[in-house]
Design a protein around this ligand. Structure first.
Ligand code: NAD
Length: 495
């Protein structure tokens, strides 16, 4: 249970300026440069973080390479790595509230969601991969008697991880935990507007006994730190979550440098499809509203396109508007808040611009559409429902990454599969129906990495998350995530 008094005691705590974590030390940028951390709760400066340069990236990569090659971490038995990681998870868990409040002040997610999705999920993810790694075996190939074919799992080496601002700890842990459990060294770059909680867990990793140089965090701009990582000749694998534009850039820079493998988790424009035979339309509306508007729509799998069977379209939109109207948008540190702040002012302006574009293309703003609580100095926006949207309209095709829902009616199964598949994305989808055969036809027909049936959101570590089409090319979560962090090495031995 969240306790408002305890949260309020932390909400104004001073935050000391934060440095990079490189080679086991907390350090300034070589240039001494820092950048301001602006809180989306009120537009005020929280603290500063080090603003890294190519030189800082090179220091971190060199430290990571040295740590990897001397096998101070990779050479431990997996059961020993597991002990360190479990200690790390315990240390993070012990700071749950303070770490959640720190993260919320930095990135704006409502605390009711952040405490579970950020810190809770980070702890769970570290434990999951720590527990898994000493249960992974190599293989003996089915060969003739005269040879022995062995297949080893080897850590890939130095992993570069670049993550976004919407769920820094959750997404960060999806990369860090399997990469580290597998024995790799990591250089992590958080988003400029959500670095603080990741820096804190890197400090806790050192306290837990992770050897120096195994986990390095370099903060700063994507255009400088991210570019330097992508162009590094000594990062073996790049794992990324963020926008398609940056994903493309990483691939280009991989081609320009050492052909490092790049695993990309990108954006979405996920269709959430409501058939008239949905088991409970009221429940479908309630869950779908949460599925687009929690964390102010800044969720990669957000169901941002509602496709509603025409015979229930008007009623269903009204029920959704009822639930959207009940959402408590505002102070992300309030325990009753359902949607916190938009992460940064540029994103807020972009969200509002999408509403204008929709209007200019003849769509209807059925609910919301405006900035909220401007007097606080924070970045808040109304849950917004846009109706009268045709499948090719901008609001149906482009990812907003904000609390803006596009609604389109449809008649039947084949038509809705075509509409669902008509964007460049293929991350998530939802289908609501009581007809089992129809549910399976939709699962087959829709091109996405994840599809929900009669629910939306909420899957756990047991299942992979990844996109198809321009939503990405890899998977986080589940044992499948290890594929990115292990190389297979064959030993062919003549007997
Ligand atoms: P972004 O692409 O702008 O930034 C992501 C990260 O890339 C940040 O750390 C940024 O500093 C860095 N970066 C920026 N320019 C770079 C460059 N030239 N080279 C290397 N790194 C660079 O994305 P964002 O605005 O932080 O996050 C929102 C996006 O992330 C949305 O598109 C969203 O759908 C996507 N996302 C996807 C998933 C998923 O699992 N598929 C999950 C969460 C978010």
């Amino acid at each position: 249970m969240l306790d408002q008094t305890k949260i309020d005691a932390l909400r104004h705590e001073m935050i000391a300026p934060r440095g990079h974590v490189i080679d086991g030390e907390i350090c300034n940028s070589a240039s001494g440069a820092v950048s301001d951390v602006i809180s989306p709760l009120n537009g005020e400066m929280l603290t500063t973080i080090a603003s890294g340069s190519e030189e800082d990236v090179n220091r971190a990569v060199t430290a990571a390479r040295r740590a990897f090659e001397d096998r101070r971490w990779a050479g431990l038995a997996p059961s020993e790595r597991k002990k360190v990681m479990l200690r790390w998870a315990d240390l993070i868990e012990a700071e749950t509230l303070a770490l959640t409040v720190l993260g919320v002040r930095d990135n704006g997610t409502e605390i009711g969601m952040a405490i579970k999705a950020e810190v809770g999920s980070c702890v769970g993810t570290i434990r999951y991969y720590a527990e898994a790694v000493d249960k992974i075996y190599g293989q003996v190939a089915p060969t003739a008697d005269s040879v022995l074919g062995l297949v080893h799992h080897e850590p890939v080496g130095v992993v570069g991880a670049i993550v976004p601002w919407n769920f820094p700890l959750m997404i960060g842990a999806w990369k860090l935990a399997p990469a580290l459990a597998a024995g790799n060294s990591v250089v992590l770059k958080p988003a400029e507007t959500a670095s603080l909680s990741l820096l804190r867990i890197a400090e806790l990793a050192l306290k837990a006994g992770l050897p120096a140089g195994v986990l390095n965090v370099v903060t700063g701009k994507g255009s400088i730190v991210g570019e330097a990582m992508a162009l590094s000749m000594d990062i073996d694998v790049m794992v990324f979550t963020g926008s398609g534009g940056v994903g493309r850039r990483l691939l280009e820079n991989s081609a320009r440098s050492n052909l490092k493998r790049c695993y990309l988790e990108l954006g979405g424009k996920s269709p959430n499809i409501i058939f008239a035979d949905a088991p409970d339309l009221e429940e479908a509306a309630k869950v779908s509203v949460a599925g687009i508007f929690r964390n102010s729509g800044q969720v990669c799998v957000a169901g941002s396109r509602m496709l509603i069977q025409r015979e229930i379209h008007d009623d269903f939109v009204s029920i959704m508007a009822k639930y959207a109207g009940k959402m408590n948008v505002g102070d992300p540190l309030g325990v009753t808040t359902n949607a916190g702040a938009v992460n940064n002012v540029t994103q807020l302006e972009q969200n509002l611009r999408f509403v204008e574009i929709a209007q200019s293309e003849g769509n209807t703003v059925f609910h919301g559409g405006a900035r909220l609580l401007t007097e606080t100095g924070g970045y808040f926006m109304e849950p917004t429902i846009i109706t009268n949207v045709k499948p090719q309209d901008s609001i149906a095709q482009q990812e907003v990454f904000g609390p803006v829902l596009a609604v389109t009616p449809f008649e039947g199964e084949q038509e809705v599969i075509e509409i669902a598949n008509s964007t460049d994305y293929g991350l998530s989808a939802g289908v609501w129906t009581s007809n089992l055969g129809r549910a399976h036809r939709m699962i087959r027909g829709i091109k996405s990495g994840l599809i929900h049936v009669n629910t939306y959101g909420g899957s756990d570590m047991s299942v992979p998350l990844g996109g198809v089409k321009q939503s990405g090319n890899g998977h986080d979560k589940s044992l499948h995530a290890f594929d990115k962090y292990f190389d297979l090495k064959t030993a062919w031995i003549k007997l």
